[in-house]
Write a protein of this length. Structure first.
Length: 67
C-alpha cells in the first residue's frame, strides 16, 4: 500500500445537498451557490446537523479543494 504524504493531501469539504432541488445547506436555509454552502469538518458533524435541523432527503457531497 502506498502512503500519501500530508503535503499531497488536498482538503476535503463536506456539504449537504437537498435531493429534490440540488440546493446546498447554508446553516440557515438553502442556496444554489456551492460557495455559500456550509462546510463540515467530518461525517459526525454532518449527521449531528441533520438531526438538529430535522433534515431529511439530503446527501453528503464531498468536494476536493482545488479540484
Amino acid at each position: 500500500m502506498t502512503k500519501v504524504s500530508k503535503s499531497n493531501k488536498r482538503p476535503i469539504q463536506r456539504l449537504l445537498r437537498r435531493l429534490g432541488s440540488q440546493d446546498y445547506f447554508t446553516g440557515s436555509g438553502w442556496t444554489e451557490d456551492i460557495e455559500a454552502a456550509r462546510t463540515f469538518e467530518d461525517s459526525l458533524e454532518t449527521a449531528e446537523t441533520c438531526a438538529h435541523f430535522g433534515l431529511f432527503d439530503v446527501e453528503v457531497v464531498l468536494r476536493i479543494a482545488g479540484g
